[in-house]
Write a protein that binds this ligand. Structure first.
Ligand SMILES: Cc1ncc(COP(=O)(O)O)c(C=O)c1O
Length: 460
């Protein structure tokens, strides 16, 4: 940490925060008696708060974002240089970092070809929904306008992305919602909805059942997370994705993969969908694209989707009439280019695979020791441990106990996550998403803290 750091200097910052900041996803009553936590500085895997306390960050900035770790001067320099040269111009024109990052990105996504810049994951997903709607209008007289989403998935915070949200506690009290969004069942085998051998295929067949019920000529898009994040770190069962792809092709439904969390290395491949050998029509990404050094999100499509918006140039309405003011900020692609260079030059995909295996092995070790862990799931450095009151019945623990585990880790100086205001009754999955630079020692320190916390909360 910076030697000039003085805890006392920050007292007025804490008071200004308490007086004026409205924090995301937070009940503020406790701040009347407890100080809000201010994160002051970060370096590598670690951050320091206003009291000078050091924390090992196992959640990459709280919401799986800071993939290359804190304090990257080369990203700061790339952004600074770009801002001095040109900070902004609206997206109807091009920019140097915008073009170059798009080219690099498409190089990692065989089969995809076009990048639309925007500034948040929610916004990128909304753009994809708008494309499905416009295609329905242009090609199918508006009929093929329905968009399917999956129970337990999350696609954003706006009213329309909540309409495509499968986490009822996120949605509650914010309706009425946008019409035309239809839920399909989740694919979490641990919470099985069918008693079959080939669970993955069965869970995918459930999507086909919904399509047939709604009418295939009314369904234009299917939006899925490759690995469900905030809904419980749900890795899809064997056979799921292949069948999903077949179903989409069979009914001419655009497959939209939401890589806002999994994108840019989190699972150990550039994109989560690449773990499963599928070819999407649209891919959205945000958090890890520039590791939080600048706000950037992208909607990437195939050339085939792109072509549908330029095939009739004589019609003044026949193009994607969308605007994103901050999609024209050049800091985003400048940061993203350097972020990608770091991941390549430091072999962070390999590291993610190795450290992910270690994290899973450690979590399975904890599962042998602590009956409170009912299931462990994960892909790369994106892992979860579901806590249960009873292994046989799989009854989830009370969310207060899961939160007590998180609080105990925090006391020990390790920041972990837990599913929060997500699926009713299932705010019980501990979440781990350390930066892709994590070392063996970091991974062990994280799981050691969880070990101590589980003993403290549930007994030895
Ligand atoms: C899978 C997924 N999609 C979309 C979003 C929304 O992204 P943003 O918060 O940048 O709008 C999130 C945010 O957590 C997410 O986890």
């Amino acid at each position: 940490m910076d030697a000039s750091f003085q805890a006392n200097d920050l007292e007025h910052v804490v008071e200004a925060d308490r007086a004026h900041i409205w924090h995301h996803l937070s009940q503020h009553k406790p701040f009347e008696t407890v100080d809000p936590q201010i994160i002051v500085e970060g370096k590598g895997m670690r951050v320091w708060d206003q009291t000078g306390k050091e924390h090992l960050d196992a959640v990459s900035g709280g919401v799986w974002t800071v993939n290359v770790g804190y304090g990257r001067e080369s990203i700061a320099n790339a952004v600074r240089d770009q801002l001095i040269k040109l900070n902004y111009f609206a997206g109807a024109k091009g920019s140097v970092p915008g073009s170059l990052f798009a080219e690099r990105l498409i190089g990692k996504m065989p089969g995809m070809s076009r990048v639309y810049y925007t500034n948040s994951g929610s916004e990128a997903n909304e753009k994809a929904f708008k494309m499905v709607r416009q295609i329905a209008e242009k090609r199918y007289g508006g009929k093929k306008h329905k968009i399917l989403y999956r129970d337990r998935d999350y696609h954003g915070t706006t009213i329309t992305t909540l309409s495509a949200g499968g986490q009822q506690e996120r949605n509650a009290q914010y309706g009425p919602f946008t019409p035309g969004f239809i839920a399909v069942p989740h694919c979490l085998e641990y919470r099985a909805q069918w008693d079959v051998e080939n669970y993955g295929e069965r869970a995918a067949d459930a999507i086909e059942e919904v399509i047939l019920r709604e009418g295939p000529d009314t369904v234009g898009g299917l939006c899925l997370e490759p690995v469900t994040a905030g809904g419980g770190v749900i890795t899809p069962p064997e056979g799921y994705w292949q069948r999903v792809q077949e179903i989409c092709r069979k009914y001419d439904i655009l497959l939209h993969i939401d890589e806002v969390v999994c994108g840019v290395g989190r699972t150990g491949t550039w994109f989560g969908y690449q773990q499963y050998g599928i070819q999407p029509d649209m891919v959205t990404m945000a958090k890890g694209v520039a590791s939080g050094y600048a706000a950037i999100a992208c909607l990437v499509t195939t050339e085939q989707v792109f072509e549908m918006f330029k095939d009739d140039a004589s019609d003044p309405m026949n193009y994607f009439r969308d605007i994103s003011t901050f999609g024209g900020c050049t800091a985003g692609p400048a940061a993203a280019l350097e972020n990608m260079r770091i991941i390549e030059d430091e072999n962070l995909l390999d590291n993610t695979n190795r450290m992910g295996e270690r994290m899973m092995a450690n979590l399975h070790g904890l599962m042998e020791k602590h009956a409170a862990i009912g299931d462990v799931r994960g892909k790369g450095l994106f892992c979860g441990a579901e806590l249960v009151a009873d292994r046989a019945s799989k009854e989830p623990v009370d969310e207060k106990l899961a939160q007590a585990v998180v609080a105990s880790c925090m006391k020990q100086g390790v920041i972990i996550g837990v599913t929060n205001r997500s699926v009713p009754g299932f705010n019980n999955t501990l979440c781990f998403s350390p930066a892709l630079i994590a070392t063996n020692d970091d991974i062990d320190a994280i799981t050691d803290a969880v070990d101590t916390a589980l003993t403290e909360v549930f007994g030895g």
